[in-house]
Design a protein around this ligand. Structure first.
Ligand code: F6R
Length: 297
């Protein structure tokens, strides 16, 4: 494909419509024509540029159902590869999934002894004891409730003196673990994944991010006020995320419906960061009916 300037448009096939079936949703064959700027497409050449014709989108009845379905996939990964590397997310979306994994552990079905984890992101300036840090979140929702070795868990250090060095360290760490076997993602209302905010370019590697007003607004619910929400974060880049062998994106609620529809049925553009996932070769989306309500039927 040629990249001869911003004005060029590259016509590519969208992932197509999907049939919604309770408990079993499969991508349909019909394709949606979408357009991306050729130079952006170039920019997206950070992984194998191969657009999935049939992305798997599973409809869940509600948040609980979504959480159970997502946990089943992560559980299967852990059972099939006990020393797997899980890429993990924070926020409201994965809490139910983590609860289900803890239940699986308590039932004796899951063993985390050899599992390794890398988290997507962390706020800059919040230490481990801060109950809004993602380190704290991960320990309270998952790590402290299962038999994972804390030494095998990794969250970017938002307190690092040299944030650029921390970003480099994190990238190298992921590489040294052999890459991520499955990356769990939520999606922001503005389509962000990790803290990769809408932008002119797809950020490649782990980097420092200035959070957008919309993200600060969305996340202020966890803080005393919007002023208390950190303004920056360390986040895996789009390139880091795209290198994961498998992606599992979960979404629940009507406020995610626009982002889900645009990300998976719209053009691939860094203005909708999650849209890059249309190029990943192994993506499963599990979203409840409300989050899928604006997708083409
Ligand atoms: C969190 C993360 C974010 C969230 C997104 C959705 O680690 O990377 O991209 O997944 O902001 O957040 P919730 O799930 O709270 O709606």
């Amino acid at each position: 494909m040629q990249s001869s300037g911003r004005a060029d448009q590259a016509q590519i096939q969208g992932p197509g419509n999907f049939e919604r079936k309770r408990g079993r949703a499969e991508a349909g064959a019909g394709a949606v024509r979408t357009a991306v700027h050729a130079d952006r497409l170039q920019n997206a050449r950070i992984c194998n540029l191969r657009r999935k014709k049939d992305m798997r989108i599973y409809e869940a009845n509600d948040y609980q159902d979504m959480s159970r379905k997502a946990a089943n996939i992560l559980a299967a990964q852990i059972i099939l590869k006990p020393d797997c590397v899980l890429g993990l997310a924070t926020g409201s979306s994965p809490i139910g999934t983590y609860d289900q994994l803890v239940e699986g552990y308590n039932r004796g079905d899951l063993n985390f002894a050899e599992v390794k984890t890398v988290n997507l992101d962390e706020y800059i300036g919040l230490d481990h004891e801060n109950d809004q840090s993602y380190y704290y979140f991960m320990h309270s929702h998952l790590f402290d409730r299962v038999n994972i070795d804390p030494a095998n868990t990794n969250v970017p250090d938002g307190m690092a003196e040299d944030i650029d060095a921390e970003c480099e360290r994190y990238e190298k760490l992921i590489r040294s673990l052999g890459g991520v076997d499955i990356q769990l993602l939520g999606i922001g209302r503005n389509g962000h994944i990790g803290f990769n905010e809408p932008s002119d370019i797809f950020d490649k590697m782990t980097h420092c991010v200035d959070l957008t007003e919309s993200t600060i607004e969305a996340n202020k619910r966890f803080f005393a006020s919007a002023d208390d929400v950190p303004k920056q974060a360390v986040s895996m880049g789009i390139g880091t995320i795209m290198k994961a062998k498998k992606i599992l994106l979960i979404a629940s609620g009507e406020d995610k419906a626009d982002a889900v529809a645009q990300a998976f049925f719209g053009p691939v553009t860094p203005e909708m960061p999650a849209s890059i996932l249309q190029f990943h070769s192994d993506v499963v989306v599990i979203a409840d009916s409300a989050a899928l309500s604006k997708c083409p039927k």
